[in-house]
Design a protein around this ligand. Structure first.
Ligand code: GRF
Length: 235
């Protein structure tokens, strides 16, 4: 019988971490088909870090702001270079728990799945290439339907579009991450219908509650796929 090796999960966050919390809660009641090994935040004051630490999950901070120190918005090329270094360093952090791949921490194991749960920084093609080379899948939660409202403030933009009579529904998806922002193949898509005269805040709360379900379901779908891939490789 195949001993179910716990698939390692690493979660990328930038803020409150309510979606991370749902993954943690699922893991606590054995409803997550893997183990959250590490949480990396792009912001040192992200509440999601507190959530992880309260559950004894290893955390790191990897802040683009630190890379941009000493530069200004006008330093376009310098910032492009720094953003690239930020991405390569992030890849090494995920794989080796160190910026220098030569000194990987002996007890650290690279994850098999990276979950972007409110991660607000675009991941570069080089980053994704390194993940692919190490057989690490990267998925992202986005509060919109495929090919709609890519990028930030998707919930507010959908709500405004409904107010203008342009759409009748929106939704939430978790998708594989590719170079084009929020354009990867969907793993799970859930519709969210609008309610006449509903406030934006109430609508946001409903969307987030659908996200909280989608993030766990999608993570399990991908983890189960990884597990079965291990099984077939062992046959
Ligand atoms: C979620 O709405 C996510 O889709 C968006 O940012 C929010 C993150 O929420 N990218 P949290 O940090 O998981 O609470």
């Amino acid at each position: 019988m195949h001993s179910k090796k716990e698939c390692g999960i690493l979660v990328l966050i930038s803020g409150d971490g309510s979606n991370l919390q749902k993954l943690i809660d699922a893991q606590k009641i054995s409803k997550l088909s893997g183990k959250i090994k590490c949480v990396i935040s792009s912001k040192k004051d992200a509440h999601g870090l507190v959530r992880a630490q309260k559950s004894n999950i290893y955390t790191r901070v990897h802040s683009l702001k630190d890379y941009f120190q000493g530069t200004s918005k006008g330093d376009v090329f310098k910032r492009q270079e720094l953003r690239q270094k930020f991405n390569i360093d992030l890849a090494n952090l995920i794989i080796h728990d160190s910026y220098d791949k030569k000194c990987s921490h002996e007890n650290y194991e690279a994850p098999e799945l990276v979950v972007c749960a409110g991660w607000m920084i675009i991941l570069s093609p080089e980053f994704l290439k390194i993940m692919k080379e190490h057989n690490i899948q990267v998925i992202n939660l986005h509060p919109a339907l495929p090919n709609t409202f890519n990028g930030t403030h998707a919930i507010e933009r959908a709500w405004k579009s409904y107010q203008n009579g342009e759409i009748k529904k929106t939704g939430v998806m978790v998708h594989y991450v590719i170079q084009e922002v929020d354009m990867g193949d969907p793993i799970i898509v859930k519709d969210v219908l609008f309610i006449k005269n509903e406030t934006l805040d109430s609508f946001k709360t409903r969307v987030h509650s659908v996200e909280h379900i989608a993030i766990v379901e999608a993570t399990n779908i991908v983890l189960n796929g990884i597990y079965h891939k291990h099984l077939t490789e062992e046959l």
